[in-house]
Design a protein around this ligand. Sequence first.
Ligand SMILES: [Zn+2]
Length: 227
Amino acid sequence: MGLFLVVPLFGPPAAGKTTLTMVLGAESGRRVFRLREHVPQEVLLATATDSRHLGWIDEQTVELALRDYCRGVSDDPNAHTVLLDNFPGAANQVGQLLSVVAQVEPRCHVEAIELLTDAKTLKQRAQHRKVCHRCERDPISDPRLPVIPRADDPWACSRCDGLLHPRRGDSPRLLRARLQRYQNAASGIRTGFTEAGITVTQLDTTSTIDGSANLLAPLLISRSAVK
Ligand SMILES: [Zn+2]
């Protein structure tokens, strides 16, 4: 089938990137790339323990992971679209992404989406969201995927009944650092896309994340049908 469409989704922490990519990525033909799922455990461990480099993964590792993934999708007869959850995370990663896409499939369309959410909502969402260590076996015990709590117990996983935990990066201190980092990086990311002739579609997820998925769905369908 080949790779037709790449959709980088970026935005502040707790804006709904993972939820959106989970909803939209469930459609057939679509795959979701989450960088940390494709880097060696020792690299993840290093980023988790060094507070200055929180979540920072070196350029070479990023490029390798991204290229292997896009090649894999390009060779997959059942796939045509890659959604990038929380990537690019910095201006230099825009260039990396575009060069990888150009190498793998020069005719591939890139549709950049930035999620916007007001600061109060981000903090509230981060306070409430939970993860499940049993449903998501993270290599460094730092699960990220949002889960649904049981209706009668906000701390029980609706899928496995296990005890839910707050996400490690959502602690007030780390959330502040992550927000700050995003704010520092955002304009460079936008500029990177704009200079490459790619429009960044901004989507406000303050009131609802599901509503944003409904807004994005037709856009993705129209883009992947172009070719
Ligand atoms: Zn669970």
